[in-house]
Design a protein around this ligand. Structure first.
Ligand SMILES: NC(=[NH2+])NCCC[C@H](N)C(=O)O
Length: 642
């Protein structure tokens, strides 16, 4: 009897438990549905927030690291006396247990000790934690022995941020105070070859412009073409000899370099020609209509050549060459002269700044102006007429002394006030050939850019064909892929190196599909795109939250959300390799995620899709957004198939 009662009791209990469980299950189901609905509404809200308000959350550029650093700095400043002005980077990303770490307690306890306060590390760490303000990206912090602060990010908050980005795309909010930023880049010389140095300047300059524009600044892209030097004297003299009718009939010069070489030979060997060439410079600079006409003709030939390169590489730039500044050069010389800044040096007029080790040559002994003069006048024009807040020059590092001297002299002459206008020189190292010598053709001539681009296209095509892609892609797709790969890899190979180092130009290396190359990134992107495209009708209503909780999902989430931090580092140091490293990190982390987390499950026999993990597909989609945006910022065109 007793055993029966016991059994009944036991069974009743189990039944009750089961009932409770199934009620819970229902409850869970209901909650799930509610959750989805709320998430959907949240998405809509995000969408509106993104399109309507100017000051909605700027999740596109959220800088997690800086946010954490600021929260911890604030806590440190209020933790102990004497730290009110403490200003350092106190938070670093952690590779081990936590997401980030604060290692400040170590330093603080030393400083406290120096002031006679013996406070254990652990106590200092706990005190900082006590002083922490609420911060919604932090889930929790832990103090570990002897005194480290481990920071764990909120998975829910980061998921919300990604959700927002997915809805609104990576579009930063308009800046409250956008800056006028002039970027002086590319800047080849008329009648001379546009060489790999100019290519570097073009690629780095364009990408920097893109980053500043993306953030919301008012960028002016200037091409400071060398179109006003003494070389025009001999060019015009030769034009007069060879095409006396140039005023009526456009001379058929298609090889301006050759023309330049010829004129140089005459200039060096024929005193009569030399005299006439000098005379032409004087006439040109005094704006004689015939000479101006000849000069324009010559510039046009160069311009068309340059333009072809810019079009191929998709570079937008305003041509404003040295000639633009002629009248301004005249007036700045007057100004400098009047203010007593110019010194006579064997007939030349030079300017010293007390800070500089060399002077600028402002007027040559023959009365002509120089590279220094036009840069001086251009700087003044950019500050006074363009109202620039920042002026950035991008040339090879060999010109650093020129720009340093220019800056010092401009400050000395009260033309540049460095507290109002930032003047930056962004130098880069030389391009080397695979033999580690200066990049030249086999016969020792400078490499022609157009030829280099052609070779890139050919090599990219060969590579794609080698992989049998011509059998899968249509002609048009193949063409798109080959240009994306060719120009993408040339740009990326340049940008992914620290710009101040020299770099070896090697098609073989840049066309590799493994490692940190454009090809690898372009493949990663097309792979993500095809995952999404292959979903077909399964793609319609992905209403889940982005999945972030699996270890690999979480790693990808955190990697993606370093975007803002990376862009700020880029504009701070003018270094684009940070962005390249970031994109490479995103691509490899994505690949790890995709290997470990099923996104789509298929029937192994029929290949039919049986299950779609919505949240993971959304993670793929948002990854696509970051990769695509990042590649665009590098000036790299992306494709859907390759
Ligand atoms: N404002 C400037 N100086 N910009 C750079 C000009 C570069 C020059 N034309 C060169 O080929 O070396």
């Amino acid at each position: 009897m007793e055993t029966i009662v016991n059994s009944i009791d036991q069974l009743t209990k189990e039944v009750e438990e089961l009932e409770e469980l199934s009620a819970k299950k229902n409850e869970i189901q209901i909650l799930k549905v509610q959750n989805q609905k709320l998430r959907y509404r949240l998405r809509l809200l995000y969408k509106n927030a993104g399109s309507q308000t100017e000051n909605g959350p700027d999740y596109a550029l959220i800088n997690l690291h800086e946010t954490l650093n600021n929260v911890f700095l604030k806590a440190i400043r209020s933790s102990y006396e004497g730290f009110e002005d403490f200003d350092e980077t106190v938070v670093t990303a952690s590779k081990n247990f936590a997401d980030y770490q604060c290692n400040a307690p170590m330093k603080m306890s030393k400083l406290l000790k120096a002031k006679g306060q013996n406070i254990p590390l652990f106590t200092v760490a706990n005190k900082i934690v006590e002083c922490l303000d609420h911060c919604d990206i932090i889930d929790r912090v832990e103090v570990s022995k002897p005194g480290f602060i481990n920071i764990y990010l909120s998975q829910f908050k980061l998921r919300d941020i990604l959700d927002f980005v997915l809805e609104n795309k990576l579009k930063p909010n308009p800046l409250l105070h956008p800056k006028k930023i002039i970027i002086d880049f590319s800047s080849p010389n008329v009648a001379k070859e546009m060489h790999v140095g100019h290519l570097r300047s073009t690629i780095i300059g364009d990408s920097l412009c893109r980053v500043f524009e993306f953030i919301g600044h008012d960028v002016m892209r200037l091409n400071h073409i060398g179109d006003w030097g003494t070389q025009f004297g001999m060019l015009i003299a030769l034009l007069q000899d060879k095409f006396p009718d140039y005023k009526n009939v456009s001379p058929p010069i298609n090889d301006l370099q050759e023309f330049y070489k010829q004129s140089k030979v005459l200039f060096d060997n024929d005193p009569e020609f030399k005299k006439r060439a000098y005379n032409c410079v004087v006439k040109l600079q005094s704006m004689s209509p015939d000479h101006i006409k000849a000069w324009k003709l010559i510039c046009d030939v160069s311009r068309q050549e340059f333009q072809k390169i810019y079009e191929r590489l998709n570079i937008n730039i305003i041509e404003r060459g040295e000639s633009f500044y002629q009248s301004r050069m005249e007036s700045i010389v007057k100004y400098l002269e009047k203010e007593g800044f110019l010194e006579d040096d064997n007939g030349r007029k030079i300017m010293w700044s007390p800070e500089a080790s060399i002077p600028l040559t402002i007027v040559k002994s023959d009365g002509g102006f120089t590279y220094d003069t036009s840069d001086f006048a251009a700087l003044k024009q950019r500050i006074e007429e363009e109202k620039a807040d920042a002026i950035i020059y991008i040339t090879d590092s060999g010109q650093s002394t020129h720009f340093e001297t220019l800056k010092k002299c401009a400050i000395h002459a009260k033309i540049l006030n460095p507290s109002n206008v930032d003047m930056h020189f962004v130098g880069f190292g030389v391009v080397l050939g695979e033999d580690k010598k200066k990049f030249k053709t086999r016969s020792g001539e400078t490499v022609r850019l157009a030829g280099l681009l052609d070779e890139g296209i050919k090599r990219a095509r060969d590579k794609l064909i080698e992989k049998g892609r011509d059998k899968v892609l249509t002609d048009e797709e193949l063409k798109l892929a080959e240009t994306a790969v060719a120009y993408g890899c040339i740009k990326y190979a340049d940008l992914c190196h620290n710009r101040s180092h020299e770099y070896v130009f090697s098609f073989d290396k840049m066309l590799e599909d493994k490692g940190n190359t454009a090809v690898y990134l372009l493949y990663a992107l097309t792979r993500i795109r095809s995952i999404i495209n292959n979903l077909g009708s399964h793609c319609k209503d992905l209403n889940a939250a982005i999945s972030v909780f699996h270890e690999n999902e979480w790693k990808l989430t955190k990697t993606l959300l370093r975007f803002g931090e990376v862009l700020f580092k880029v504009i701070n140091d003018f270094c684009l390799h940070y962005l390249c490293e970031y994109l490479y990190d995103v691509a490899t982390t994505f690949s790890e995620f995709y290997d470990n987390c099923y996104c789509i499950e298929k029937n192994p026999k029929t290949g039919e899709i049986v299950k779609v993990h919505d949240g993971r597909i959304l993670l793929c989609k948002v990854t696509e957004e970051y990769l695509n945006t990042g590649l665009n910022l590098l000036g790299i065109h992306t494709v859907s198939k390759m």
